[in-house]
Design a protein around this ligand. Structure first.
Ligand SMILES: C[C@H](O)CC(=O)SCCNC(=O)CCNC(=O)[C@H](O)C(C)(C)COP(=O)(O)OP(=O)(O)OC[C@H]1O[C@@H](n2cnc3c(N)ncnc32)[C@H](O)[C@@H]1OP(=O)(O)O
Length: 786
């Protein structure tokens, strides 16, 4: 692996400079670690070397252990413990002193490498932190021991538990680095400091053995125990933060070396948990949403969106304008009259000033952002914008008129986007000839805070438009996910069974508050479906329900109780009562006055005949509600609404608060097992068949296929443009629905591949006997002839 290593240069000043090399972020791949280890040993053994400086190539120190390597080796989370123990020991206590010269980032194992050095200098703009908990593990190169000894226990616990990095200035204040030096002098000053330590004119620090920053034993243990209690309260489902605190505690009680052993044990335990697999999956999935097959690999260059127009200054429009001006994009905010315009401009101002109040932004930067906002009542300046985002009322006729006006007012290359959440994107542009530059830009409320942006493409949307919209999404710090055009797009579509299944449980005799508790506290959603309904508003929920019923009627459940709440004007938070009642500070509590609504809904549904409600454990509630959501997710994947299943994982985490440590919707289903999901769904479909509700549960073909991995169809792509599809269900390849579904999917896949010219299907046994290669080659030859 020539690109992944550590190089060394020996200077005439007696200082060896070891440089970590693994662009773009010098992740500590095992090859880099073993390179570092070898170069260190070599430098320590040379008589012309007095001291060692460790740095990173190309302006980045290191973003930590190579996350791709997790799970590749059994046990230890992919980390070779012999190298781990030795390289930090060699850095800290080897014969020659070491200094870290840090630029850009020192995160996770990268910072731990620097912590093991005897001193640290960094350049302005560097971010330093231990974000391992975000990946479901804990620092594994001694960070749990050295960080508390360098910056104090309380700060160290906070840095590890929040995963938040600190700036160069804060690092200096905390004692995490010994100096901040301009980039161009960093290496020279690190060399000098290393030489001075070697000469004995500056002290050599051995962080693992320091105690001066630690509190007295009793006090220190109390700090850890308090952090533990808080963590248990805040993240009751997570084990790895507690394992991290255990390792810290062991070091406080028994010393740094014992602490290192405890850390290694805790690390291995955390690395074996599903939460780690799920969080690593989300880390990569989140970065992969920006890679869309056929779009980002089509050789096109994205164009920067510098100036946009937002139509509508309501909650959504002002949120979109806020996110844009904050990211340096100029915004024209258009409204239909001055009153609405002033209200919209004030909303943007309030959004930005609230960041100043919270200390997230300086006043000067806020002023600069607001300077990028211009209000208008006309289309006069629309010729200057690269993109329009329409955020007007959800009315097809109105939107069609707006888009026709936009076509006339904007440049022919301007992107015309709509923030609709319910209207077919193709309909919106029906009165224009601009279908190839019309796209959905679906933000989630509040738009300046929620991190997801669904980019909705139609078959006509051009690749360049999708690419430019992806670029805009990233620029305004959203995670953009490209999705297909269907009712509800990706997120709202997969989540329609969420509230409906919950309503069915109530109709079956369960208490709504018990349902919410199981979903929030048992599973880890930010809130249960009924509390969510109160937040969104029962009227909005009802409107969405009608929409999805129109498109997916056979698999929806009529939520009678929501209709009844709307009729009674119990819309939720905004009216003071819904499923819950709300006090003046909008604090929710169970409402005894909900009982008659529950009774009436049950009576109309006719699923509960009175007596004792059916026994549903919290786990049963979770599965009853989420497995239909998974089922719809499988449809969204199979229909190609998302580019890849992981996009849906990211979307559900960012838009719905699906617990990231469960990996997102589809990853979670994978971890639970497709067989279990499909079996339970099939069971409920059977149970509720007589009530005509089997459609709500019936497992999709894709799910059935995944639940029986042996039964499928496989495809081999030959070099001659021939795809060979084989049916797989020995001994006679009976056409089980899972095999048919596999065949269908493989066929679609092969038809969509530009380099496939012909497709051949065969029975696997016979093809095996003849030899698939031979069959494919003969057919390819024949295809050529023909
Ligand atoms: C033993 C130890 O205690 C265990 C560990 O060290 S675990 C690792 C701990 N470190 C981390 O969690 C840091 C993870 N990285 C990050 O936070 C961010 O990538 C960053 C702040 C370094 C850079 O952010 P940004 O500039 O936005 O670039 P970003 O797109 O995230 O990353 C650039 C590329 O580097 C990759 N990358 C970043 N950190 C990586 C890592 N530690 N390992 C492998 N790849 C990494 C990304 O996947 C991305 O790859 P791609 O271009 O193929 O998609």
């Amino acid at each position: 692996m020539p690109g992944r290593t550590a190089t060394v240069e020996y200077g005439s000043d007696g200082v060896a400079v070891i440089s970590l090399q693994n662009p773009p972020v010098n992740a500590l791949h095992p090859a880099v670690l073993s390179g570092l280890f070898d170069r260190l040993r070599e430098a320590h053994s040379r008589s012309d070397v007095k001291a060692i400086v460790v740095t990173g190539a190309k302006g980045k120190f290191s973003a930590g252990f190579d996350i791709n390597e997790f799970g590749k080796q059994a046990g230890g989370g992919g980390i070779d413990s012999t190298i781990n123990d030795n390289f930090c020991e060699l850095l800290e206590s080897g014969p020659k002193p070491t200094v870290a010269a840090i630029e850009g980032v020192a995160l996770g194992g990268g910072l731990e490498t620097a912590l093991a050095c005897n001193a640290r200098l960094c350049s302005p703009g560097t971010k330093l932190g231990l974000p391992e908990l975000q990946l479901g593990i804990l620092p594994g190169f001694g960070g749990t021991q050295r960080l508390p000894r360098l910056v104090g226990l309380q700060t160290a616990c906070q840095m590890m538990l929040t995963s938040a990095p600190v700036s160069d200035a804060k690092a200096l204040k905390l004692g995490l680095v010994d100096g901040v030096v301009p980039r161009e002098r960093l290496l020279a000053e690190a060399r000098q400091l290393a030489a001075e330590i070697a000469a004995g004119t500056k002290p050599r620090q051995f962080t693992l053995y320091r105690t001066d920053k630690l509190e007295a034993l009793g006090e220190a243990l109390a700090v850890v125990d308090f952090a533990r209690a808080e963590t248990q309260k805040r993240a009751p489902h997570l084990m790895h933060p507690l394992l991290c605190l255990d390792a810290i505690r062991a070091g406080i009680e028994h010393g740094g070396r014992a602490g290192l052993r405890a850390e290694a044990e805790a690390f291995a335990k955390a690395a074996s948990l599903d939460a780690h697999k799920a969080l690593v999956h989300i880390f990569f999935a989140q970065r992969a949403t920006k890679k869309v097959r056929g779009v980002t690999d089509a050789g096109l260059k994205p164009r920067r969106i510098k100036r946009i127009a937002v139509l509508g200054g309501g909650l959504m429009g002002s949120g979109i304008a806020t996110a844009s001006v904050l990211a340096g994009v100029d915004v024209l905010l258009k409204e239909i009259n001055d009153k609405f315009l002033q209200a919209g401009m004030k909303r943007v101002e309030a959004n930005i000033m609230s960041r100043v109040k919270k200390g997230k932004m300086k006043e000067a930067a806020a002023k600069a952002a607001l300077g990028r906002l211009i209000g208008t009542l006309t289309y006069d300046d629309f010729g200057s914008v690269d993109m329009v985002i329409e955020a007007a009322l959800e009315d097809v006729g109105l939107k069609q008129k707006i888009f026709a006006d936009l076509e006339a007012a904007c440049r022919p290359d301007a992107i015309l986007s709509t923030n609709t959440s319910t209207i077919d994107i193709s309909l919106v542009g029906a009165k224009t000839k601009a279908a190839e530059r019309i796209v959905g830009a679906h933000f989630f409320s509040p738009a300046h805070i929620m991190p997801l942006l669904e980019i909705v493409r139609t078959p006509q949307t051009s690749k360049q438009v999708i690419l430019n919209t992806l670029e805009y999404g990233s620029a305004i710090k959203k995670t953009p996910v490209v999705v297909g055009n269907c009712t509800g797009f990706a997120v709202n579509r997969v989540f329609f069974p969420y509230t409906q299944a919950a309503c069915m449980l109530v109709d079956l005799g369960l208490d709504p508050y018990t349902v919410d508790k199981a979903i929030q506290f048992g599973f880890g959603m930010p809130m249960g479906p009924f509390r969510l309904s109160d937040l969104v508003g029962a009227d909005i929920g009802l409107h969405v329900g009608h929409n999805v019923a129109g498109s997916y009627g056979e698999r929806t459940y009529p939520s009678r109780i929501i209709q009844a709440l709307v009729d009674a004007k119990r819309l939720g938070e905004k009216t003071g009562a819904g499923f819950y009642k709300f006090d003046a500070r909008r604090k929710a509590s169970p409402d005894p006055e909900l009982a008659p609504f529950v009774e009436r809904s049950r009576k109309e549904a006719g699923l509960f005949r009175g007596g004792k409600p059916p026994a549903f454990s919290p786990q049963d509630i979770v599965e009853f509600i989420f497995f239909p959501v998974v089922n719809e997710g499988c449809r969204v994947v199979a229909e190609g609404i998302v580019d890849k299943p992981a996009d849906l994982d990211v979307a559900t985490v960012l838009a719905m608060g699906f617990p990231p440590y469960r990996g997102g919707l589809i990853k979670w289903a994978d971890l639970v097992g497709a067989k279990h999901v499909a079996t339970r769904l099939a069971g409920w479909a059977e149970q509720f068949k007589s009530a005509g509700l089997d459609g709500f549960f019936r497992p999709t073909r894709g799910l059935l296929r995944d639940s029986m991995p042996g039964l499928t169809a496989t495809v081999d792509y030959g070099s001659e443009g021939m795809a060979l599809i084989s049916l797989q269900n020995p001994p006679v390849n009976a056409l089980h629905p899972a095999v048919l579904s596999g065949l269908f999917d493989r066929l679609r896949e092969a038809h969509s591949c530009s380099d496939v010219k012909a497709i051949m299907g065969c029975l696997i046994k016979w093809a095996d006997l003849v030899g698939a290669k031979h069959v494919a080659a003969r057919l390819a030859g024949r295809a050529k002839q023909l």
